[in-house]
Design a protein around this ligand. Structure first.
Ligand SMILES: Cc1ncc(COP(=O)(O)O)c(C=O)c1O
Length: 395
């Protein structure tokens, strides 16, 4: 049996129509299939390979760590150099109150743990989130995600979760003295790149402070330079009480973290002890990769150059059927009149060797989130192919 056959037979499927590229290898902004076709990766699988595929600094960090040790003990017991080094590095890059990192395996786990931390710290039960948000696919993360279509089949979900409209200052009154945590994406990703106003984010911060609720900013998709800042909250002049990160954190390795102040984080170690535990969280190879990832961002000035690359790509995307481009840094939603047209364009792009992709909660748009290492020439190649794919897809 071929790999393709057994992929369909033996692996659980998530949709009836997976893309099904059979991957041979990947390097920089390109993925190569087993027939030798190259694909310019304009989504970074998704918002993960901000430093490109197999960045040499990340690969070296991984190899060096593989030669020392792999897993030795669940998170929190042994002192492991790559974990400490990563915690130090993150502290040096973040505001003073985000000084303590807890390393986990994924975005959803970071969200789960952040919700638990907010409940444990405040002694409250209510959680507030936003309509159209996406925070992950586990029960807790799904409970606070705002797309009912993805949730109804899995109820009952967490109780005492309330939803506000994203960006609506009027709805902030839902946050009250009973609220443990408020979970908000700094830019809504899977809702189709929705960029809130600075005034909204500042009012959100102020309301949480006023009532003593912890503000949890989900930067799992927006982190590590995707929006043109290391973290998107920097645009708004606010600091969350808890920051959740994952995806692009470790240059292509599986990792997440939630980060808070030492005093808040301390409550996970007693009453009960082991308030959050994970066997593989903070895996030394992933932590080494994450340190390498930050080095790669810094060496390549990738955060600093994301906005200018985003401006160029936006400028080059030209077709009368584009209804709107929503963009911040190198995070794009390109909107059309119908979802059907979007499906056609994404397929056509793939034929032309350019990978674009859908959003979970915005079928009229496709996403672009290329590696921040993309060159001007690659941007031009991608834009030309996408414009042609649009032209060939409109009736
Ligand atoms: C904003 C946001 N939060 C959380 C998650 C969940 O992360 P993971 O897929 O690593 O569980 C995602 C994934 O797309 C995301 O975009």
């Amino acid at each position: 049996m071929s790999l393709r056959d057994d992929f369909f037979q033996l692996q659980a499927q998530t949709t009836p129509f997976p893309i099904g590229i059979e991957v041979s290898h990947a390097e920089g902004c390109y993925i190569y299939d087993t027939d030798g076709k190259s694909y310019l990766d304009m989504v970074s699988g998704i918002a993960v390979t901000n430093v490109g595929h197999r960045h040499p600094t990340v690969v070296k960090a991984i190899k060096d760590q593989v030669d020392r040790y792999l897993h030795v003990m669940p998170y929190g017991e042994f002192i492991q150099g790559p974990q400490v080094e990563l915690a130090r590095k993150l502290k040096s890059l973040l505001p003073d109150s985000l000084n303590t990192s807890y390393f986990v395996n994924s975005g959803a786990e970071a969200i789960e743990a952040a919700m638990k931390l907010a409940k444990r710290y405040t002694g409250r039960r209510k959680l507030v989130s936003c309509l159209k948000s996406y925070h992950g696919s586990t029960h807790g993360a799904l409970s606070i995600s705002g797309n009912e279509k993805k949730k109804y089949a899995f109820r009952p979900l967490l109780p005492e979760v309330y939803f506000m409209r994203y960006g609506e200052i009027d709805d902030l009154s839902m946050i009250d003295e009973h609220t443990a945590g408020v979970i908000v994406e700094s830019v809504q990703g899977d809702a189709g790149v929705r960029i809130p106003s600075k005034a909204y984010m500042q009012a959100l911060r102020a309301r949480c402070t006023e009532v003593g609720a912890l503000l949890i900013l989900d930067e799992i998709q927006t982190g590590f330079g995707r929006t043109g800042k290391l973290f998107a909250f920097e645009y708004y002049g606010i600091v969350p009480d808890i920051l959740t990160i994952a995806k692009s954190m470790a240059g292509g390795m599986a990792m997440g973290a939630f980060i808070s102040d030492r005093e808040i984080m301390a409550c996970l170690k007693e009453d009960p002890i082991l308030g959050h535990i994970t066997t593989f969280g903070g895996h030394p190879v992933c932590c080494a990769a994450a340190v390498g990832n930050i080095k790669a961002l810094e060496e390549g000035r990738l955060v600093e150059t994301a906005e200018e690359k985003g401006v160029l790509l936006e400028y080059l995307l030209k077709h009368p059927s584009i209804v709107e481009v929503r963009r911040i840094g190198m995070m794009f939603a390109v909107e059309f009149e119908s979802a059907d047209l979007v499906y056609k364009i994404v397929d056509k792009c793939l034929e032309k060797g350019v990978i674009t992709f859908y959003f979970l909660s915005c079928p009229e748009s496709f996403r672009l989130a290329p590696p921040l290492t993309i060159t001007e020439e690659e941007i031009r190649i991608a834009a030309k192919a996408i414009n042609e794919a649009i032209e060939e897809s409109v009736d």
